[in-house]
Design a protein around this ligand. Sequence first.
Ligand SMILES: NC(=O)c1ccc[n+]([C@@H]2O[C@H](COP(=O)([O-])OP(=O)(O)OC[C@H]3O[C@@H](n4cnc5c(N)ncnc54)[C@H](OP(=O)(O)O)[C@@H]3O)[C@@H](O)[C@H]2O)c1
Length: 240
Amino acid sequence: MELKNQRILVVGGSSGIGFAVAKAALDHGAKVTIASSKADRLHDAVDRLGGGEGAQLDVTDEPSVKSYFEGSSQFDHIVFTAADWTEVRHSSFFDLDLADAQALFQVRFWGAMAVAKHGAKRISSGGSLILTNGMAAHRPQKGMPEASAMAGAVEHLVLGLAVELAPIRVNGVCPGAIVTEAWDDVPPEFREFQEARLSGQPLPRAGQPAEAAEAYLYLMKGTYTTGQILRVEGGWTLSG
Ligand SMILES: NC(=O)c1ccc[n+]([C@@H]2O[C@H](COP(=O)([O-])OP(=O)(O)OC[C@H]3O[C@@H](n4cnc5c(N)ncnc54)[C@H](OP(=O)(O)O)[C@@H]3O)[C@@H](O)[C@H]2O)c1
């Protein structure tokens, strides 16, 4: 399948991996819409893309998601990369605030669920939905069990939706460390953990957003691929 003239919505496309997916899809001749919640970031991203359209959408607001898709045209593919990087601070697991832990799921898990629920009706025959989780699902870091649970929940949402929404194809991308704008704000201890860890993996560096974007392009084009999670992690899975 070629991406030329395919209509692609990237939810979370104003930044990072989503922006790189939007740029790569545009380069392949697709018609791209990027969606995100903050108008200023969205407009700036549409300018930087040099093509495509923007749609302001907060995925935590289900009525808005419903209304957006009721008024939208059809898409061939919907890519979901939205994330808000809610921090769940706790010195010990036993101090974990459960309300904070639940909030971690709002954009990345429940937002994905809302977009799947309302957006699937707008996916054309032969089209696909791609969600995004993260290697915390497979390589938990001490002090962040809730992040592993959230990433794992997204991964299993992919599996469930691949059955539920068939013949729409549903797949996921599981990134390792990818240097996006989100890295500007990560706590120093997390950055140090990542840098030390990266030195021991087969490809001893962080990935670039354009490298992660290739996985989404493949999953859009792979017409016999559904229910798969494609890891883009520099071989992290194979390191000790
Ligand atoms: N970068 C990494 O190292 C890495 C590693 C593992 C997994 N991942 C996963 O990859 C995905 C993308 O990460 P990234 O680094 O590309 O993130 P990013 O650069 O922070 O981009 C996040 C995007 O989500 C949008 N967004 C945030 N809240 C939203 C909401 N309520 N409704 C709609 N859009 C919203 C943001 O735009 P607005 O602010 O305008 O809403 C932005 O476009 C995430 O699921 C993340 O967990 C990333």
